[in-house]
Design a binder for this molecule. Structure first.
Ligand code: NAG
Length: 311
């Protein structure tokens, strides 16, 4: 006979795999690497984010790069949000930095498969994508098929209401136990302005505000630069752009590039916490939900995120 104790230890939840098989999924006791984070609501958690995560190169002369190590290495460092900008090239969706002539990071679907392999190997990690869609490509016809082909759609969280307030999100354990542990945001078009709405592809600015992008001031002054209604800014999560740029052509509009030389200092705990504090007056004193950084293998960005989570 099964004892109650044995039964409770083996509290399992059924979760569907992308290939349609059912596996027994053990309840989460460690969430994103920490037992303490299991009860933490998603909207009250700080995540490390890799800016233009696809644009990695170890070549210091690749001026359009933003990362020095590949996507899997970024995930191993602790990035749980990946950001990237996509463009259409020869009829296929690529990740490219500003233009595909400048930096072509390859097919979006291949990138998503790389992340999916990490998610399969690490089943108790809640993960977020924030993608940039400057060409306002169709959400249902161009974007959704990428997630479908990579096997990510079954893992994607569909919120009970289309715009979730910061304090309405489930806890990390709830997302993990339901195996709906991937949250997908896109900046432009997910509001229904680029084809019909897709239930798991969420409009970033309706739920996350962000401070100035392409910052060049190492003091990172904070202001709400991009946000949209109907929720108030207080009900939004928020994202800090902590990727310092430098201007290498100080005439006209200039040319901004990432700054690997200063990255160890930019990605220090002191610099990231100071930036978070700059935004605190605009966010009811709360820490940012996402800390976007370049060169996340430099400095201590993960330690900064742990600090912001209260560790
Ligand atoms: C989470 O809540 C705590 C306690 O109110 C707060 O100190 C912290 O800044 C919040 N973090 C986020 C990301 O909302």
């Amino acid at each position: 006979m099964l004892s109650l104790r044995f039964f409770s230890v083996l509290l399992l939840s059924l979760a569907s795999l992308s290939n349609g098989l059912y596996i027994l999924r053990q309840r989460a006791t460690v969430c994103n690497g920490r037992a303490e984070l299991c009860a933490r609501p998603y909207g009250n958690t700080t995540f490390l984010a890799a800016h233009n995560s696809f644009a990695f190169s170890s070549n210091p002369l690749a001026l359009a790069r933003t990362q020095a190590v590949d996507v899997t290495s970024q995930l191993k460092i602790g990035a749980r949000m990946l950001q990237g900008q996509a463009h259409m090239k020869d009829g296929k969706l690529h990740f490219c930095h500003t233009s595909c002539a400048l930096f072509d990071g390859g097919l979006v679907v291949d990138y998503l498969k790389t992340v999916k392999a990490f998610l399969d190997a690490n089943p108790y990690e809640v993960f977020t994508f924030v993608f940039t869609n400057p060409e306002r490509l169709s959400i249902p016809d161009v974007w959704k098929p990428q997630f479908d082909a990579a096997g990510i759609t079954p893992l994607a969280f569909v919120p009970p209401s289309r715009t979730m307030k910061r304090n309405e999100w489930p806890s990390l354990a709830e997302l993990l136990n339901a195996n709906k542990r991937v949250i997908v945001f896109i900046d432009e078009g997910a509001d229904g302005s680029a084809g019909s709405i897709v239930d798991f592809i969420l409009p970033q600015f309706q739920m996350i505000w962000e401070d100035p992008f392409s910052p060049t001031d190492s003091k990172f002054p904070c202001s709400i630069q991009r946000s949209s209604g109907p929720l108030s800014n207080d009900d939004h999560m928020h994202l800090i752009n902590h990727n310092l740029n430098r201007n290498i052509l100080p005439i006209g509009d200039g040319v901004l590039v990432s700054d690997p030389i200063n990255a160890p200092k930019t990605n220090s705990v002191a610099s990231i916490v100071a930036h978070s504090n700059n935004c605190a007056p605009l966010s009811l004193g709360r820490a940012p939900n996402f800390v976007i950084a370049d060169y996340i293998n430099m400095g201590q960005p993960m330690q900064a995120v742990d600090r912001l989570n209260g560790f």
